[in-house]
Design a protein around this ligand. Structure first.
Ligand code: 4AD
Ligand code: MG
Length: 463
């Protein structure tokens, strides 16, 4: 007889009964009596487990004892119709191989406490829970859909550097990269002598791939990046990570209007993709954590995002009569509470906020004729606030140079960037989608630490 190949649980659950199958995975639970045991087996291919029915008289007593929660096993048996398990089929076990035991006393997931807070303290094991399995599968599906969306449009995937000299966003919250011995840093004229460092200059982890993305867009037309970005902002909030993933499309010959159209099409495509391809996981999360999840996903698809200028937005907030923790006035950066008011209470739909004061935005944004505002756009979502930040870029060499000087930025490190305006400059635009912010929306999870496998936040870089 041919060797039986393993079938994933996801596949088994939609297979017609009457065949002999081999399943492999981890035991979620075991119950039953002396004569028969019901083992719930999960292999991560789906949130659903398959029920294995073991007639104890067929197996060694020791083996049955060792099949505890978390243990890994392989089961050969007949796929039969199931009456009680809530699934169409179950496996009538003929042979069970125990790959690895799992000590019920020490297994971190054996605990009664299954709160998300507890699971963060055992982040190395939490992927084995149904919740994190669902999140990881949705995360994968979204990454795949992102590549598909841009590939289908003819965008080129551009890998931008992780180690860089430039602070693209100008916020100054970068993690330095060095091979110098911090206990005895070389000093020259009272200053750190970066000439002696690995790259011969001061370098950091990137906060954004945009500036290099602009080099790509002004060469091959339309690019996107998708990579890790790092921000040393000390914001311990449910929406900030020190290491997060960002998708940054950059398009030659796009103005701000084209940019907004693409951003809206993009997020709607991703939400639709999740609804079409991740329904089992979405249903699980909807039922367990957030019973408005699926409805909220659908509601975003059926609506046109509302475009509002920053100035109009401030006006609405000032007149709202709402008590905000951070007061607002023209010129202040909006906090999540303000963004959420506009989205959830005022417009009741996603909002694209545009034309911000130039002083709260980065140097590269295209300046409006009013001399006060720039052509930026932020996409604001329910429950999250800002999910996308983007802009039309300043294409004029003179204006860009003037802005760099005005902000007192070092030109030395930016000459390569300025060359895009010096040689064949074009109108162009782009935006950045925070991958974990998107996942907060799509999974309905409320803390960003729960949508990335290994979160990095202030004072936390374990696992
Ligand atoms: O608005 P940001 O800072 O924009 C940029 O970095 C531009 N270079 C993008 C571009 O135009 N190409 O960041 C973009 C998005 C935010 O809207 C947010 O979703 C996410 O990145 N983001 C974070 N996500 C998690 N943790 C953080 N600390 C984040 N900071 C920004
Ligand atoms: Mg932003």
């Amino acid at each position: 007889m041919d060797k039986l190949t393993r079938t994933k649980v996801k596949e088994l659950l939609r297979t017609e009964p009457g065949v002999t199958v081999l399943a492999k995975g981890w035991v979620r639970s075991k119950r039953g009596n002396k004569q028969v045991k019901f083992i719930s087996l999960n292999d991560g291919s789906t949130v659903n487990s398959i029920q294995v029915v073991a007639d104890t008289s067929l197996f060694d007593e020791e083996l049955i004892k060792k099949i505890s929660t978390g243990a890994s096993i392989g089961v050969t048996g007949e796929l039969v119709p199931s009456i009680g398990s809530g699934q169409a089929v179950e496996i009538q076990a003929k042979e069970i191989v125990l790959y690895g035991e799992c000590d019920p006393v020490r297994y971190p997931l054996q605990k009664k406490d299954t709160s998300l807070e507890y699971l963060r303290t055992v982040a190395h094991m939490r992927p084995r829970t149904n919740t994190f399995g669902a999140v990881l599968r949705i995360r994968h599906a979204m990454a795949f859909a992102i590549h598909k969306f841009f590939n289908d449009k003819g965008f080129v995937y551009l890998n931008t550097p992780i180690i860089t000299e430039s602070d693209a966003e100008g916020a100054g919250d970068m993690f330095q990269v060095t091979t110098m011995n911090l206990a005895s840093v070389p000093v020259h004229d009272g200053k750190v002598d970066y000439g002696k460092d690995f790259f011969g200059k001061k370098t950091s982890l990137t906060v954004s791939g945009q500036l290099e993305g602009e080099l790509g867009a002004t060469a091959v037309g339309e690019i996107y990046t998708f990579g890790p970005t790092f921000r040393a902002e000390n914001s311990n909030t449910p929406r900030h990570l020190a290491e997060f993933w960002m998708i940054e499309p950059e398009m030659a010959f796009y103005d701000i209007e084209d940019d907004m159209v693409l951003a809206e099409e993009f997020v709607k495509y991703l939400v639709q993709y999740a609804l079409d391809n991740c329904m089992d996981d979405l249903k699980f999360l909807n039922d367990k954590y957030d019973d408005g999840l699926i409805e909220r996903l659908r509601s975003v698809l059926g609506t046109e995002f509302r475009r509002v200028t920053y100035t109009e937005g401030i006006d609405i907030l000032e007149k709202s009569g709402e008590h905000f923790e951070f007061p607002v006035h023209w010129g202040s950066d909006l906090q999540s509470e303000h963004e959420r008011y506009l989205v959830e209470k005022y417009f009741r739909k996603p909002v694209i906020l545009t034309d911000f004061p130039k002083d709260i935005k980065a140097f590269y944004m295209k300046q409006n004729d009013d001399g006060k505002t720039v052509r930026g756009m932020d996409v604001l979502f329910p429950k999250i606030g800002e999910i996308i930040g983007g802009s039309e870029r300043e294409a004029s060499l003179e204006k860009l140079e003037a802005r760099i000087a005005e902000l007192g930025m070092s030109r030395k490190n930016l000459e390569w960037y300025i060359d895009t305006r010096r040689f064949g400059t074009v109108p162009h635009s782009g935006f950045g989608l925070g991958f974990e912010r998107l996942l907060l929306f799509v999974t309905g999870m409320s803390n960003i630490r729960d949508v990335i496998p290994f979160p990095r936040t202030p004072k936390n870089a374990e696992f």
